[in-house]
Design a protein around this ligand. Structure first.
Ligand SMILES: *[C@@H]1O[C@H](CO)[C@@H](O)[C@H](O)[C@H]1NC(C)=O
Ligand SMILES: *[C@@H]1O[C@H](CO)[C@@H](O)[C@H](O)[C@H]1NC(C)=O
Ligand SMILES: *[C@@H]1O[C@H](CO)[C@@H](O)[C@H](O)[C@H]1NC(C)=O
Ligand SMILES: *[C@@H]1O[C@H](CO)[C@@H](O)[C@H](O)[C@H]1NC(C)=O
Ligand SMILES: *[C@@H]1O[C@H](CO)[C@@H](O)[C@H](O)[C@H]1NC(C)=O
Length: 251
């Protein structure tokens, strides 16, 4: 009896050690820097002590205006070693513009080991500019149109395969964001030419599964949360948002 108890206890300890939390990589948004994520890091430290959280210290403040492809390259170089040290994979939390950068990273990284991608109020289908010039967008967008594989892209198949290595895609946003327009872009919705918002499942990129959204959805991998009364600048410092929509994924 005693021996069994000791065995059970030591097994529990070994299991606990083996189940340490996956490292978390945070990619900040426009004009931010790691300093803006102090509270957020504190939340994770409190609920998941010992988690290795890295807020990548690159393209801070006005540097975040640099071309998105150059930021993808820079962030990739910084996160690669973290991924290599993480045998069980990592989670990524990407805020605002960071959410688009993270898609660029994941699509162009054949060996990434991201388990869950949490997109925190990111303009995933773009930001209101001029929805009346969709053809011009398709012709001239050097970033999003490629990423969505809406523009002729020789790497489309590979990028889709790479993106589909993630296990879960968590999309968080809400109507009181005040910056992301339409706010549904945070959940892959966007305006049609009449400025009516069309949701993710009616979007051409979803229907044609151009970069993997429909495949992820078919796997039950997409988790969408609409949260009221959160302004764009508050998503990462709001404890309720963290407790209700983020913490459960950080296993
Ligand atoms: C994590 O929390 C512990 C206990 O409250 C504290 O001592 C430690 O400084 C915190 N670490 C970080 C990186 O916030
Ligand atoms: C966190 O991860 C990075 C990259 O793998 C590593 O260099 C660093 O030492 C880790 N920090 C801790 C406290 O484990
Ligand atoms: C898009 O590009 C094609 C081919 O270069 C050109 O013929 C067409 O006028 C362009 N359309 C717009 C709206 O820019
Ligand atoms: C496709 O991938 C190749 C090799 O990785 C790269 O050189 C090229 O720029 C990519 N094409 C596009 C349109 O990004
Ligand atoms: C925090 O989030 C909750 C919703 O989860 C919201 O009701 C509240 O207004 C938010 N507070 C701030 C300061 O953003």
């Amino acid at each position: 009896m005693f021996a069994w108890t000791v065995l059970a206890l030591s097994t529990a300890i070994v299991l606990r050690a083996a189940q340490s939390y996956k490292p978390v990589i945070v990619v900040h948004g426009l004009f931010d820097s790691p300093g803006d994520f102090k509270l957020f890091q504190g939340f994770i430290n409190e609920t998941h002590p010992g988690t290795n959280v890295t807020v990548i210290d690159l393209f801070d403040h006005t540097q975040s205006l640099k071309s998105l492809w150059s930021q993808v390259d820079g962030f990739k170089a910084a996160i690669y070693p973290i991924m290599q040290n993480a045998a069980n994979g990592v989670h990524m939390i990407c805020y605002s513009q960071g959410g688009l950068i993270c898609r660029g990273i994941l699509s162009t990284m054949p060996d990434h080991n991201v388990d869950t991608l949490i997109s925190l109020s990111s303009p995933q289908l773009g930001q209101y500019g001029d929805p009346h010039h969709h053809k011009l967008y398709l012709n001239s967008s050097n970033y999003l149109a490629f990423l969505n594989n809406e523009r002729e892209n020789p790497n489309a198949t590979e990028w889709k395969k790479n993106f589909l290595r993630i296990k879960k895609l968590v999309l968080i946003g809400g109507p009181d964001d005040g910056v992301i327009t339409p706010w549904q872009s945070s959940q892959f919705g966007f305006y049609d030419e009449h400025e009516t918002v069309i949701d993710m499942r009616q979007q051409l990129v979803y229907i044609k599964d151009t970069f993997g959204l429909k495949s992820l959805d078919a796997q039950g991998a997409i988790h969408t949360f609409t949260v009221n009364n959160v302004h764009h600048t508050k998503w990462h410092s709001n404890r309720t948002v963290f407790d209700n929509y983020i913490v459960k994924w950080l296993t």
